[in-house]
Design a protein around this ligand. Structure first.
Ligand SMILES: C[S@@+](CC[C@H](N)C(=O)[O-])C[C@H]1O[C@@H](n2cnc3c(N)ncnc32)[C@H](O)[C@@H]1O
Length: 281
């Protein structure tokens, strides 16, 4: 795994620790979160042998400031709201939901466990999809939710070493890809997605870590394949205020940048960016 990829992947641990904190403080309720945490505890050590305990403790024990918990609440609920609206609009039809950079997101479990007629597709880097596959397949509840076989495991290390990074069921696909690789993205869109189903594309804090020209290509490549669809993009914009400059400084320490943050620094500019790609507000 290249270093840049590892750094970007670590942002999922930030997102997860924010969700854990928001749940602890009862801002959110996520009945699958504990299963994901148990899985992470089992498997994180095989991908990060030296500091996995410290990383794991950092994820599960951190208590965030109220401003962060509130932000996590708004972020989570706003995407949930778009999903609910989308499902309501196409009620009874076969639909598709594609999550770009899904990380440890638990919505697939929540929604697929209780709804029919949905194909749920998640993309992330291969080490992230492998870890998520391990977590899902060795947990009866998570495996049932997405319709894959539960795998009882005696030796987690052997299991993890031999595991691949893709998981496919009738209603759920977990696909490994570096989304910046546009040619592979186009191939996967053509071969793995249903191009005729009404489709909701979610990008929750994924595009923001990508060079703007590349994230524009990602949006454009997806857009050009579908006739009916909705984009739900949750990206930080702006960054000139106090909150933004603290965030930028904190990310810089970890060698993380958000290339589109200051370029599309208002809602109008971000919206115009999408309109120029043929996406209506
Ligand atoms: C901040 S996390 C957000 C995770 C999840 N969407 C959420 O909001 O909880 C960003 C995720 O996007 C993934 N990601 C970022 N750039 C990516 C790329 N080029 N290809 C695949 N996945 C990517 C990271 O690995 C990580 O899981």
């Amino acid at each position: 795994m290249d270093r840049n990829e590892k750094i970007i992947r670590s942002t999922d641990y930030d997102a997860l620790s924010c969700r854990i904190s928001a749940c602890k403080k009862h801002y959110l309720d996520d009945k699958y979160l504990q299963n994901v945490i148990h899985g992470l505890e089992k498997f994180l050590r095989f991908e990060n042998k030296i500091s996995s305990r410290r990383v794991f403790n950092g994820i599960v024990n951190s208590v965030k400031l109220p401003i962060i918990n509130r932000g996590t609440y708004i972020r989570t609920k706003s995407i949930d709201y778009v999903i609910e609206e989308f499902l309501r609009e196409f009620d009874g039809q076969q639909v598709q939901i594609v999550n770009l950079g899904a990380g440890s997101d638990t919505r697939a479990f929540q929604i697929l466990a209780s709804r029919e007629n949905i194909n749920w597709v998640e993309f992330d880097f291969k080490d992230s999809t492998k870890l998520k596959k391990a977590i899902i397949t060795t947990d009866q509840v998570l495996a049932n939710a997405v319709g894959v076989d539960f795998v009882p495991v005696d030796d987690f290390e052997i299991f993890y070493t031999e595991l691949d990074d893709t998981l496919i069921s009738e209603k759920y696909k977990l696909i490994s890809i570096d989304l910046r690789d546009i040619e592979t993205l186009k191939t996967i869109i053509s071969t793995e997605l249903d191009l005729n189903a009404p489709t909701l594309i979610i990008s929750e804090c994924m595009l923001c870590y990508t060079e703007s020209s590349v994230s524009t290509n990602i949006i454009q490549s997806i857009r050009s394949h579908f006739t009916k669809g909705v984009f739900a993009i949750y990206d930080p914009i702006g960054g000139e205020d106090n909150f933004g400059s603290v965030m930028i400084d904190n990310l810089k320490i970890r060698n993380i940048s958000m290339p589109s943050l200051l370029e599309f620094n208002t809602l109008e500019k971000y919206s115009q960016r999408l309109q120029e790609l043929g996406i209506k507000d």
